[in-house]
Design a protein around this ligand. Structure first.
Ligand SMILES: Cc1cc2nc3c(=O)[nH]c(=O)nc-3n(C[C@H](O)[C@H](O)[C@H](O)COP(=O)(O)OP(=O)(O)OC[C@H]3O[C@@H](n4cnc5c(N)ncnc54)[C@H](O)[C@@H]3O)c2cc1C
Length: 400
C-alpha cells in the first residue's frame, strides 16, 4: 500500500476561502490561521475589534494541522525540569495557566460545536528504562508537591504492548487527544460567523510596516491597513519578525496507520522523555511521531519534508513496541518554532511602537500553550497590560 504525504488530519474534503484581492481595513490583522492566530482572533473579537486573518495556505495547514493531535497541559520540558530551568514560581504559573487553558479550549469547542473533536481519556508519560523511571518519579513528586495532578502507574496499568517490569508511567487525567483540523476549521467558521474576515492562500510578503498611526500588511495580491497586527506563524516567525531569531524552525515527523481491529492504546502515550508519542484515533488508527533526535542537524529546517531514516525508525517502533503490523497510510512532517530556553515568545515586537505583536516558539507542544500566549497578546493589545505577561519570554529575548 502506498502512503499519502497529506497529514491524516488534513485528508478530508475542504473548500478554501478566497484570497485577499486589493485593499482591506480592520482594527487588527492577524497573520497565521493556526491555533495561535485563531485563538488570538477570537479574543480580539470578544473585545469588540474588527479582525482580518490572513494565511498563506489554509486554516490549520501549518503545524496546527500537521501535529500529533495530543491535547496536553504543561510546557515542552517535564514539570520538574521547568522548575529547575525557570524557577518554581514561574514553572507553577505556566503549568496552572495551561491547565486552565485546557478547560477554556474545551468550553470554546463546546460553543462552536466541536467538542466531539476532543477525547480527554488521560495521557501517559512512559519511562522506557530504569533511569527514566527515576526521572518520572521525580516529576511525580514535584507535581504532587505543587498540588498538580499526575498519578504513577506500573505493571498491568500500563498499556499491554508497552508494559515491561522496569517501566513506570505518569498518567495525567486532564490530557487527551484532538482531531486538530476538524477543531480549528470549526473554530474558524465560528469566528467568521461573528464577523472575522479570513483570507486563505494569502501570503504576507514582508514584515508588517508602520503606516501613519497604524500598520500596513502587504500580501501577494493586496494590502491590509490596520491599527495593530499580530504575527502568529510559529516556525516562520523569524521571517516576518526579524527580532524573533531565538525561535528556530524545526521539522517533526509523523505516521498514521490504517484502522486496527481493536484497542492497542487506551490513552495517548509519550515515551522516552517525550521523544516518541502515539495515540489511537477514534476510528482505530495509530498516529505516531518522534525520533527528532535521530534527525539531528537535518531537523533544523523550515521545509516540511519527511526524513527517510526517521520514518523507517517510526515503522520499527510500531512493530517492536506496539506490535502493530497494519499498513502505514499517511507519512508527513510539520515545522514548529523552537525557542532555546525553551520559553515560548509573546508580546510586542521591538521597534514597532506597540503596533505589532507576535507569538510562537512552543517547542512542539503548542496546542494549549498557544492558547495561553494568545491571552497575553490579546490582553496587551487591547488594554496595554496582561496579568499573564510574565509567564513567557518577550519576542526579542534570547540569542541564536
Ligand atoms: C509533527 C508535529 C507534532 C506535534 N505534536 C503536537 C501535539 O501533539 N500537541 C501539541 O500541543 N503540539 C504539537 N505540535 C506543535 C503544535 O502543532 C504547534 O506548536 C502549534 O500548532 C503552533 O501553532 P501556531 O498557530 O503558532 O502555528 P501554525 O499552526 O504553524 O500556524 C501558522 C500559520 O501561519 C501561516 N503562515 C506562515 N507564514 C505566513 C506568511 N508569510 N503569510 C501568511 N501566513 C503565513 C502558515 O500557513 C500557518 O497556517 C506538533 C507539531 C508537529 C509539526
Amino acid at each position: 500500500m502506498t502512503s499519502s504525504s497529506v497529514p491524516l488530519w488534513q485528508d478530508e474534503p475542504y473548500s478554501p476561502r478566497p484570497p485577499l484581492q486589493g485593499e482591506a481595513r480592520a482594527d487588527v490583522c492577524v497573520i497565521g490561521a493556526g491555533v495561535g492566530g485563531l485563538a488570538t482572533a477570537r479574543r480580539l473579537l470578544d473585545a469588540g475589534l474588527s479582525v482580518v486573518v490572513l494565511d498563506r495556505a489554509e486554516v490549520a495547514s501549518g503545524a496546527s494541522g500537521r501535529n500529533g493531535g495530543f491535547f496536553l497541559a504543561g510546557a515542552a520540558p517535564m514539570y520538574h525540569d521547568t522548575r529547575r530551568l525557570w524557577g518554581r514560581e514561574r514553572a507553577a504559573a505556566v503549568h496552572a495557566a495551561t491547565l486552565s487553558a485546557q478547560q477554556e479550549v474545551l468550553e470554546v469547542a463546546e460553543d462552536v460545536g466541536a467538542r466531539s473533536c476532543f477525547r480527554v481519556d488521560g495521557l501517559l508519560r512512559l519511562a522506557v528504562d530504569a533511569i527514566e523511571a527515576d526521572d518520572v518519579r521525580d516529576n511525580a513528586a514535584a507535581l504532587a508537591e505543587d498540588g498538580f495532578p499526575g498519578q504513577l502507574v506500573a505493571g498491568d496499568d500500563l498499556p499491554g504492548p508497552l508494559a515491561r517490569p522496569e517501566r513506570v508511567g505518569l498518567l495525567f487525567p486532564h490530557d487527551g487527544s484532538v482531531h486538530p483540523v476538524r477543531w480549528l476549521r470549526a473554530l474558524a467558521d465560528a469566528l467568521e460567523s461573528r464577523g472575522a474576515r479570513i483570507c486563505e492562500h494569502t501570503p504576507v510578503v514582508a514584515p508588517p510596516a508602520a503606516d501613519g498611526d497604524g500598520v500596513r500588511v502587504r500580501t501577494a495580491s493586496g494590502v491590509v491597513r490596520c491599527d495593530r497586527a499580530v504575527v502568529a506563524v510559529d516556525g516562520d516567525l523569524a521571517a516576518l519578525v526579524p527580532s524573533a531569531g531565538a525561535v528556530r524552525p524545526r521539522r517533526l515527523n509523523m505516521v498514521a496507520t490504517a484502522p486496527l481491529g481493536g484497542t492497542v492504546l487506551p490513552f495517548p502515550v509519550y515515551a522516552r522523555h517525550g521523544h516518541e508519542y502515539a495515540h489511537q484515533t477514534a476510528d482505530g488508527r495509530i498516529a505516531l511521531g518522534g525520533f527528532s533526535d535521530l534527525d539531528g542537524d537535518a531537523s533544523w529546517t523550515d521545509r516540511a519534508e519527511v526524513s527517510g531514516p526517521v520514518q523507517a525508525r517510526l515503522d520499527r517502533w510500531l512493530l517492536e513496541e506496539l506490535r502493530v503490523g497494519a499498513p502505514v497510510t499517511h507519512r508527513w512532517a510539520g515545522v514548529v518554532g523552537f525557542a532555546e530556553d525553551p520559553l515560548p515568545r509573546c508580546g510586542p515586537v521591538p521597534g514597532s511602537a506597540g503596533r505589532v505583536f507576535a507569538l510562537g516558539g512552543y517547542n512542539g507542544t503548542g496546542h494549549v500553550q498557544a492558547w495561553v500566549a494568545s491571552r497575553v497578546v490579546a490582553d496587551l493589545l487591547v488594554t496595554g497590560a496582561s496579568a499573564s505577561a510574565g509567564l513567557y519570554a518577550t519576542v526579542d529575548a534570547g540569542r541564536r
